[in-house]
Design a protein around this ligand. Structure first.
Ligand SMILES: C[S@@+](CC[C@H](N)C(=O)[O-])C[C@H]1O[C@@H](n2cnc3c(N)ncnc32)[C@H](O)[C@@H]1O
Length: 297
């Protein structure tokens, strides 16, 4: 019989991962989650973010702006990044507060906000803060977590800590939009670790640098539902030199019912579950998204 000690593989300070289904997964990989997606690992990642074509084409901005308008604000966005959602929300006349763990992402957001008309600037507030522990001293009608930021929280304790913070910051009857991947079972069975699995359309930066972004999966821990992702930014500078920037991070997957139980456990009532930003119901896209509208009980 295998003893418990042999089944436990020590990881970073983030705890222990149980062995048995950790294909391609090296224990040190989980340590990277401390910087919430690796956005601060190189200041240039924040500059690149707004140019990435699939980010520009996500098609979620109208959904969030409409939700903010309907709710009437104030809105709190957890993991606001460079302001992809926050800025259009403020432009639409809604007061919004954004928090983010990455100083470089927030700095990019601040630079863009400074170019907006004063009335838009007055509606947006930014804080360097952690979605697991923030305490803003104010209440919101709507809290949002656009574009899977919640999946940077790897452990249930972290997820619950975040939801507890959200609950405290919501006005009575206020809502949370929790926006995560619907995990693809088919993707979980693929073992082509280290191979490039996707290449995106090339884009250029204002200084003439060309970039092609590629993706690879380094490994998966099926027990902890964590995938170790690498985003590779292959840069060609105007002088012809080449460089690769690597953004590496673990991503925690949540299945539909797991997320529902988590939300209910944290004091929320599920009002709707969408598969996309056109609000088609869960199950109409494969795999689609998991977009929960959850009301504070
Ligand atoms: C995929 S980006 C999304 C940015 C923005 N919401 C958007 O839709 O473009 C994820 C963001 O979450 C932030 N983040 C990750 N972990 C965080 C945490 N614990 N607290 C606050 N922000 C966090 C990252 O720094 C990053 O800016």
């Amino acid at each position: 019989m295998v003893g418990l000690g042999e089944l436990l593989i020590k990881t970073s300070s983030r705890g222990t991962i149980r062995g048995g289904s950790q294909e391609g997964f090296r224990p040190e990989m989980t340590g990277l989650a401390e910087d919430g997606g690796g956005y601060s690992s190189d200041p240039r990642l924040a500059e690149l973010y707004d140019h990435v074509i699939p980010y520009q084409e996500r098609g979620d901005v109208t959904f969030y702006v409409d939700a903010a308008r309907e709710g009437g604000g104030p809105v709190l966005e957890l993991g606001c990044g460079t302001g992809r959602i926050l800025l259009p929300t403020a432009r639409a006349g809604v007061e919004i507060v954004g928090i983010d763990l990455s100083e470089t992402m927030l700095a990019a957001c601040r630079r863009k906000l400074a170019l907006e008309p004063v009335e838009v600037q007055a509606r947006a507030t930014l804080h360097l803060d952690d979605m697991r522990s923030f305490d803003l001293g104010s209440k919101f009608k709507l809290v949002t977590t656009p574009f899977r930021s919640f999946q940077h929280l790897l452990m249930v304790e972290e997820q619950l800590a975040c939801l507890e913070r959200v609950h405290r910051h919501l006005m009575p009857g206020g809502s949370l939009i929790l926006d995560i991947f619907n995990p693809s079972i088919r993707a979980f069975t693929q073992t082509n670790y280290g191979e490039i699995v996707a290449e995106e359309p090339e884009f250029s930066l204002p200084d003439g640098t060309h970039c092609v972004r590629r993706h690879r999966i380094l490994g998966r821990d099926h027990f902890q539902q964590i995938t170790q992702v690498e985003l590779l930014y292959d840069l060609m500078h105007p002088d012809g030199t080449e460089e690769r920037l690597v953004q590496a991070f673990p991503m925690r997957h949540l299945f539909r019912y797991e997320a529902e139980h988590l939300l209910v456990r944290a004091g929320f009532e599920i009002k709707a579950l969408y598969a996309d930003y056109q609000m088609n119901p869960f199950g109409t896209q494969d795999p689609g998204e998991l977009i929960f509208i959850a009301r504070r009980r």
